[in-house]
Design a binder for this molecule. Structure first.
Ligand SMILES: Nc1ncnc2c1ncn2[C@@H]1O[C@H](COP(=O)(O)OP(=O)(O)OP(=O)(O)O)[C@@H](O)[C@H]1O
Ligand SMILES: [Mg+2]
Length: 279
């Protein structure tokens, strides 16, 4: 079944521990926080759940290879710029942001020296935890709104050197909390704590919501997911226009290729290279 699934990606068009737990400062405090990681919870994930949801499980496949190529390209671009905070977004709903963020994070965390923190910052509807087949628990929302200590929220799923900060229950005020001083302080902490760590942030869509613009000051760069056969050219143009000046676009990922060749060729005008994959 899995080998019927087609996806392809394309990219690159234009382009340590201090002792005060973060949660002990009051919500909205702007002081640079620090995080104690010793309490990061190990969780067990069912491999079958991962397979069903197209999440990489460590078994080789052309699908997995595509993410490894994407990882290699992304790491190269991040390192050459001295960057480590990467957001994943797309123009609209359902184009593959979350799956791209998860699989890129897993592929990156499989590198022996690379630690990866996957942050679910799609607070209108956080889905990362659910994608791993886990029940919704506290996460970034509870950190931002209730001052829950961050070290109580982190999950270690045993997939390479991957750590997950789930989104928690989410909030209607997602753009506001993502732009809060408390989020800015956390972003600073996450960026600077470990030089060898990459932070990959799953975001809502760019269009119709202020969230990505609100969050972009925390990010070094964005990856824009485009769904073959679905993302329209005007939406892609609009998304690029919206982000202009507020975030560097590391590249574009052409996702789910194979459904509509006509629109795939339209999208290719915006991208310079494709990564094909299927499983
Ligand atoms: N390359 C792919 N091949 C097959 N299915 C895919 C691929 N990428 C994503 N999907 C599926 O498409 C659906 C939407 O993907 P995903 O949740 O990653 O999108 P999203 O952009 O994060 O959506 P939302 O805007 O709701 O957050 C999911 O069911 C996912 O498993
Ligand atoms: Mg999503």
């Amino acid at each position: 079944m899995m080998d019927q699934l087609q996806s392809a990606m394309s990219r690159f068009k234009a382009q340590q521990a201090t002792q005060t737990p973060l949660g002990s400062s009051p919500p909205h405090a702007a002081a640079p926080p620090s995080i104690v990681y010793s309490r990061t919870r190990s969780i067990t994930i069912q491999e079958e759940v991962l397979r069903q949801r197209r999440i990489l499980t460590g078994h080789g496949s052309p699908f997995a290879d595509a993410y490894k190529i994407l990882r290699t390209q992304v790491l190269h671009r991040l390192r050459e710029n001295g960057w480590n905070m990467l957001g994943v977004t797309s123009p609209r709903d359902g184009e593959g942001k979350t799956l791209t963020a998860i699989n890129l994070a897993i592929a990156t965390a499989a590198e022996p020296t690379q630690t990866v923190l996957l942050v679910d910052a799609d607070l209108r509807a956080p889905h990362v935890q659910e994608e791993f087949g886990l029940e919704q628990g506290p996460g970034l929302t509870e950190f931002l709104l209730e001052g829950r200590p961050i070290e109580e929220l982190l999950l270690y799923p045993g997939l390479g050197r991957l750590i997950i900060l789930p989104g928690g229950r989410g909030t209607e005020q997602s753009a506001e909390v993502l732009a809060s001083p408390r989020m800015a302080a956390l972003g600073k902490e996450l960026k600077h704590r470990y030089a060898s760590r990459v932070v990959i942030v799953d975001l809502p869509p760019v269009l119709d919501r202020a969230d990505v613009l609100a969050f972009s000051p925390q990010l070094d760069a964005l990856l824009l997911v485009v769904e073959d056969g679905k993302t329209s050219e005007p939406d892609l143009r609009q998304a690029l226009h919206t982000l202009k000046g507020s975030a560097s676009i590391l590249g574009t990922v052409l996702n789910k290729v194979g459904h509509d060749q006509l629109s795939a060729s339209k999208v290719r005008r915006f991208v310079s290279r494709d990564i094909k994959s299927s499983r």
